[in-house]
Design a protein around this ligand. Structure first.
Ligand SMILES: C[S@@+](CC[C@H](N)C(=O)[O-])C[C@H]1O[C@@H](n2cnc3c(N)ncnc32)[C@H](O)[C@@H]1O
Length: 212
């Protein structure tokens, strides 16, 4: 990929800024990241296009705009400890690491977890920790988290994830029981421990599964 930086610039300008994402740290992180290294080699030519792409076993790397929008809504700060559920290709985790976060990412499919871990290591990301398992249970030993991002659709918000969110923290999660009707939900945990939820946009994610 000769001109991938140009493609990444164009992706940010035409797909992400045009749709209203303004967080410059998120935009810069996505300009810096070689997205083509997170997709299967035969799909590299489409890595910067406006769509999710298959990454094997029926799973996907999310559309660039959705990654940017979810990250902006999560609003991570440098040094935040973030839990990601659904490592997939590792791209979302790399975006968070570029933003200075310590990332704890859980993936239920061993193949994807191992491939993403190897890829992120090769790219020099030392602040992404990947574990194989059911992310709906969270990562108790590392909790609580400043933010939680779920990149597969849950039928209901998993209680364990709410428990593992710090007071003052945010969770972004697609919720819905069908591929055709899911809402991206933002959950904010108050200092009191009470949560406030708000529906943001309609989305289409692969399902959060309990086992494969
Ligand atoms: C849309 S893909 C994730 C995209 C990913 N964030 C990226 O940047 O490429 C959803 C991922 O969630 C995983 N997944 C589904 N259910 C899961 C669960 N219960 N726990 C952890 N991962 C799960 C799938 O195997 C798949 O890799």
């Amino acid at each position: 990929m000769k001109d991938w930086k140009e493609e990444a610039d164009r992706m940010v300008k035409d797909q992400i800024i045009r749709r209203g994402v303004t967080n410059t740290r998120v935009l810069d992180a996505m300009r810096r990241l070689p997205r083509h290294l997170f997709v299967p080699s035969h799909l590299r030519y489409s890595a910067y296009t406006d769509q999710p792409l298959p990454i094997g076993q029926g799973q996907t790397i999310s559309q660039p705009y959705i990654v940017a929008y979810m990250t902006e809504c999560l609003d991570p700060k440098v040094g935040d400890r973030i839990l990601e559920v659904g490592t997939g290709s590792g791209y979302q985790a790399a975006v968070l690491a570029e933003l200075g976060c310590e990332v704890y990412s859980i993936e239920i499919r061993e193949h994807h977890a191992k491939q993403a871990a190897a890829r992120l290591k090769e790219l020099g990301y030392t602040k992404v920790h990947i574990r194989i398992g059911n992310g709906a249970m969270g990562w108790q030993e590392e909790a609580p988290f400043d933010g939680i991002i779920v990149t597969a659709a849950a039928e209901e918000v998993p209680e364990k994830l709410v428990e593992q969110l710090k007071p003052g923290g945010r969770m972004v999660i697609p919720v819905g029981d069908s591929f055709f009707s899911q809402d991206l939900i933002l959950i904010q945990k108050q200092e009191s421990g009470k949560t406030i939820s708000r529906s943001l946009i309609g989305v289409r994610f692969v399902p959060l599964v309990e086992k494969i």
